[in-house]
Design a protein around this ligand. Sequence first.
Ligand code: NAP
Length: 247
Amino acid sequence: MIKGKVVIITGASSGIGEATAKLLASKGAKVVLGARRAEHLKQIADEIEQQGGQAVYQTLDVTRQSENDAVVKLATESFGRVDAIFLNAGLMPNSPLSALKTDDWHQMVDVNVKGVLNGVAAVLPEFLAQKSGHVIATSSVAGLKAYPGGAVYGGTKWFVRDFMEVLRMESAMEGTNIRTATIYPGAVNTELLSTFSDKASLDQMKAIYDKFGISPDRIASVVAFAIDQPEDTTINEFTIGPANQPW
Ligand SMILES: NC(=O)c1ccc[n+]([C@@H]2O[C@H](COP(=O)([O-])OP(=O)(O)OC[C@H]3O[C@@H](n4cnc5c(N)ncnc54)[C@H](OP(=O)(O)O)[C@@H]3O)[C@@H](O)[C@H]2O)c1
C-alpha cells in the first residue's frame, strides 16, 4: 500500500529521484525531497502539489550527517512519521585508474557510500522505535559486474549491495521489521553523465546511453512496486534496464 506512506527521497532533484517522487506522490504517498539544488526541488514539489499530491523539500548534501538528520526531522514534523527512505543520491565520474582522478574517487566514496551510511544513520532510530520501515537504495548493474573505467563507481555500488543485504538480515534477526530493496539499473537517461570529468570515458558512456538509455520512469515504477508490497513481504533485489542493453 503506497497511499499515505511518508517517503524520503535523496537525489530527488533530477533523474530517477525526481521520477520516483512524482510517481509515488501521484499514488498518494507524502514525499520528502532532498538534494543540493533547492530551486529544482521547489519546482518538483510545486508540480506535485498542483497535481493534488503532498511534498516538502529541504536542501540536502548527503555527505553531511546533520543535513540527513534534518531531512528526517522535516519528515516527522511535516507528516508525523517516516515509512520509507529511498537512498538514491549518487554520481558516476568514471575514468581509468591510470588517469588518477583522485578527487572523483573520493567524491564517489563520499556521496555513494557515506551518503548511504548517513541516510541510514539518520532514519534508523525512527525505524527501530516503530519496529517498521523500508530502506530502498539505488545500486547499479555496476554493482553486479566489473567493467574497465568503473573501478571506483562499481566499488561504491558493490558496497550498497552488501550493506543492504546485511541490513535486511540483521533486522530479520532482531525482529525490527525493516525491509530493504536494492535497485540495480542499467542505462537510464538522466543527468548522471554530467558528472564525468574524463572526456574519453564520457564519450564512451554517452554512446551507450544514446543507443540504449530508457526513461527514469521505469525505475520509479519498480520502487513503487517494492513499497506497495504487504508489510510481511520484502522483495529485496531488482535488476532493471533496457531490454536491448547487453550489460
Ligand atoms: N542513470 C543511470 O543509468 C543509472 C544506472 C545505475 C544507477 N544509477 C544511480 O541512480 C542514482 C540516481 O542517479 P540518476 O541517474 O537519476 O542521475 P542524476 O539525474 O544526476 O541524479 C543524481 C541525483 O543525486 C543528487 N546528488 C548528487 N550529489 C549529491 C549530494 N552530495 N547530496 C545530495 N544529493 C546529491 C543530485 O542532486 P543535486 O545535484 O541537486 O544535489 C541528483 O538529484 C545514482 O545513485 C546513480 O548512481 C543511475
